[in-house]
Design a protein around this ligand. Structure first.
Ligand code: SF4
Length: 386
């Protein structure tokens, strides 16, 4: 599948535009495809089973119509959009569906998905909300149940060696993604935020070995770039949840900024943490998904004596990214009705204020039709920090 330099961004564009294209091709060749929602599904187990994982995306360009006949409109618009296009047939070719207990918008709609899509296999991953010894034990047991259930469906016993190989491939994938981020450290960056968002989104629609090849080809292509494609501009971090499209990032860049890093689900939140190697693979997978992925749906005990110490423990990763990528300002970008992130807005802002970094908070509706109205506020923010 390797496609050498020059063509690589047109290939990325093709897979981005016709999302799921490669999974459909593999399905035609006799492979089974498992669709999943959210960063909290352990894709290592799907790959170890010999199945093709395909992360479900919504579509900001498609009005939510059919989906709203079955889901309450107080579910977040991202989940409603994913469900809407699934109902319209986008993922009909898939053999299975996996949804984790990430947030209420996912957990409370799983049975509707399962019933409405009627795919041959479906599974709900019961992910606890607290990080503690008993929760970790519970989650490891839950993942073992998932491993057996998926193995029964695929008629394959998943060995620890299968898991170790899948873990290795995903860890390599995360290293390559991190190398792509490294190209954003220069000023101006060698890759735009819009380009990287597209590459990372496409990466989640491919078998991991092919995603690794794609990232290698992109890195190879960027290595040939003599000049940055961008001008110097305010360096922005986007902090938020499930941004699975380029529309918002490109709006920020078109408004006169360079998006140099993120704290997003299809971004550093998911692409950076590794699964530890050398110990029990299921425990290591449980540890990554319950503890290492820093998502507000997971409750962590208060750390330290003061509010400031607790904020540092909770959001220190954002502070480190800010330093590493020399960020001038943060845009906190949250979807309406996204409770986990919505509840945390004040503490995220308090943390960023403590770093003395300018913050713009935007609430949006996951729609290309309404996103443009954020432009003026973004421009005013960039003028302020520029
Ligand atoms: S945007 Fe928020 S509410 Fe929606 S799926 Fe993501 S975490 Fe859940």
């Amino acid at each position: 599948m390797s496609e050498k330099s020059g063509n690589i961004f047109s290939k990325v564009q093709r897979y981005y535009q016709d999302y799921g294209l490669r999974a459909r091709e593999l399905k035609d060749q006799g492979k089974k495809v498992i669709a999943y929602l959210c960063s909290l599904v352990p894709v290592e187990i799907i790959t170890a089973t010999g199945l093709v994982p395909l992360r479900i995306r919504g579509d900001v360009h498609e009005p939510i119509t059919k989906g709203d006949t079955q889901l309450e409109v107080i579910a977040c618009p991202f989940v409603r959009s994913c469900f809407d296009i699934a109902l319209k047939g986008k993922y009909d070719f898939c053999d299975g569906l996996i949804i984790p207990h990430a947030c209420d918008s996912m957990a409370r709609t799983y049975s509707v998905w399962r019933y409405s899509l009627g795919l041959p296999y479906s599974h709900f991953i019961n992910l606890p909300h607290a990080v503690s010894g008993p929760s970790m034990e519970f989650f490891t047991a839950e993942l073992n149940t998932f491993r057996k259930s998926l193995g029964r469906f695929a008629k394959k016993e998943i060995s620890d060696e299968d898991l170790a190989e899948a873990i290795h491939l995903y860890n390599v994938n995360r290293d390559k993604a991190k190398a792509l981020y490294g190209l954003r450290k220069s000023n101006p960056p060698l890759i735009s935020g819009t380009e990287i968002a597209k590459v990372l989104t496409v990466g989640m629609s491919l078998p991991v070995a092919e995603s690794n090849e794609l990232f290698d080809d992109v890195l190879g292509e960027l290595g040939q770039r003599k000049e940055a494609p961008l001008q110097k501009a305010p360096r922005i971090m986007v902090d938020g949840a499930c941004v699975d499209n380029i529309d918002f990032i490109s709006l920020v860049e078109d408004s006169g900024a360079n998006v140099v890093v993120d704290s997003l689900c299809i971004g550093t939140r998911d692409y950076w943490p590794h699964v530890d190697v050398g110990g029990d693979p299921m425990e290591a997978i449980a540890h990554r998904y319950l503890d290492k992925i820093n998502c507000p749906r997971t409750y962590r005990e208060k750390v330290g004596e003061t509010y400031e110490e607790d904020l540092e423990a909770r959001f220190g990763d954002i502070g480190s990214l800010r330093k590493e990528f020399e960020v001038d300002g943060v845009i906190l970008y949250i979807y309406k009705y996204c409770d986990p992130f919505g509840f945390e807005v004040s503490s995220r802002k308090a943390y960023l204020d403590s770093l003395k970094i300018p913050v713009l908070y935007l609430e949006d509706e996951y729609s290309a039709g309404t996103i443009g109205r954020l432009r003026t506020r973004i421009q005013a923010f960039l003028e302020m920090i520029g």
